[in-house]
Ligand binder design. Structure first.
Ligand code: NAD
Ligand code: TYD
Length: 350
């Protein structure tokens, strides 16, 4: 194999799409997927590639510095693509501690493992995958640019902002060859049903209420997860060292408009009478500190590296709904165990 690359969090939603794409696209590179398999990590997401000769799964915790050192010594990585994180805003509001440990301490441990084990930085690359939520919130107009000031407002985004700063600090202090991307809301197959779309798809299917936070007029930019994976590949290959690239779908939706569109698609796919799913919409208590609007200016990535999103709006929504309905077993597996307890604790009070 020409290179060995560490991917952290590869059993999660975005990570599994990325790992599958890279393992298939670069058969002469060895990909080591390090994942703790928390509630959000699921090896079923990667069943179709688990026997590929250029793929290895390792279960482990990025918070464990000794373990990381051992792993770097064992594999002598040429590069790192770091996705492992606690990723759900509502969970971070309930209990920020795990977010600080994994997202901040875990990232620092990974940076340190690379710094101490890479004899030279020549030809190496440390890619940190981050979120647009570090920029805070927008009003009705405007876009997040790479030079927008950081203004994180949830424990999740504060922990990601902190990790971004650490990664940049390792560039400035130690000349580590880093690159960072900040991406908008992803959607598509294999997303844990705590996030809006898979949660609502599952609830519609089971005729459960759809808990819309606040007035429902919060805006997100939605990016098809496969388009995020192609952006990461491009930035890893061609992004300039020390730079940040924003990634976005140019696909803004107010939550309530997205939910109404989803309801229409679900009525059709489930062969229910028009308007049936919309009856499940229930306005509930708002999320604390809820960011009003996210929107991305991805022109740097598009102009410099030639990236473009390929899946838009209703097409992506339909593809997503179809996937979850066609993969009932996956949904049943991830909603067994502690999921019901999570759901009740999160939504009973609203
Ligand atoms: P996810 O929650 O689906 O997956 C996270 C993965 O990290 C899981 O497989 C989990 O087991 C693993 N993990 C958690 N703690 C770990 C630890 N201590 N050690 C090793 N592995 C651990 O998350 P996702 O939605 O796929 O997001 C991946 C990355 O992309 C995150 O860094 C997130 O901040 C970022 N991001 C996500 C979105 C989005 O819309 N989901 C948007 C922009 C950026
Ligand atoms: P989410 O999928 O949690 O992503 P993020 O908070 O990272 O943007 O939420 C997307 C939007 O949907 C956000 O504005 C919160 C809202 N939302 C609801 O209205 N109800 C829900 O049950 C969930 C999970 C989210």
């Amino acid at each position: 194999m020409k290179q060995t690359i560490l991917i952290t969090g590869g059993a999660g939603f975005i990570g599994s799409h990325l790992v599958r794409m890279l393992v298939e696209q670069y058969p002469d590179r060895h990909y080591v997927n390090l994942d703790l398999l928390t509630y959000a990590g699921n090896l079923a997401n990667l069943r179709d590639i688990e026997d590929k000769p250029n793929y290895t799964f390792v279960k482990g915790d990025i918070v464990d510095a000794d373990f990381l050192n051992g792993l770097f010594k064992q594999y002598n990585f040429d590069g790192v693509i770091h996705l492992a994180a606690e990723s759900h805003v509502d969970r971070s509001i309930e209990d920020p501690t795990a977010f600080i440990k994994t997202n901040i301490l875990g990232t620092m441990n990974l940076l340190n493992a690379a710094r101490h084990n890479w004899e030279s930085f020549e030809g190496k690359r440390f890619y940190h995958v981050s979120t647009d939520e570090v920029y805070g919130t927008l009003g009705e107009t405007g876009l997040f640019r790479e030079d927008t000031s950081y203004d994180p407002r949830s424990p999740y985004s504060a922990s990601k902002a902190s990790s971004d700063h650490l990664v940049r600090a390792f560039f400035h202090t130690y000349d580590m060859p880093i690159v960072i991307s900040n991406c908008s809301n992803n959607y598509g197959p294999f997303q844990f049903p705590e996030k809006l779309l898979p949660l609502f798809i599952n609830n519609i299917k089971h005729n459960k209420s759809l808990p819309v936070y606040g007035d429902g007029k919060y805006t997100r930019d939605w990016l098809w997860v496969g388009d995020h994976a192609t952006a990461i590949d491009l930035i890893y290959e061609k992004g300039r060292v020390g730079e940040t690239y924003n990634i976005g779908g140019n696909n803004e939706w107010k939550n309530i408009d997205l939910i109404n569109d989803l309801c229409d698609v679900m009525d059709e796919l489930l062969d229910r009478e028009e308007g049936a799913s919309k009856k499940l919409i229930t306005y509930v208590k708002d999320r604390a500190g809820h960011d009003r609007r996210y929107a991305i200016d991805a022109s740097k990535l598009m102009n410099e590296l030639g990236w473009e999103p390929t899946v838009f709006a209703k097409e992506g929504l339909r593809k997503t709904a179809e996937w979850y309905l066609a993969n009932e077993e996956w949904m049943e597996n991830v909603t067994s165990g502690d999921y019901q307890k999570y759901y009740e604790s999160m939504y009973a009070e609203r």
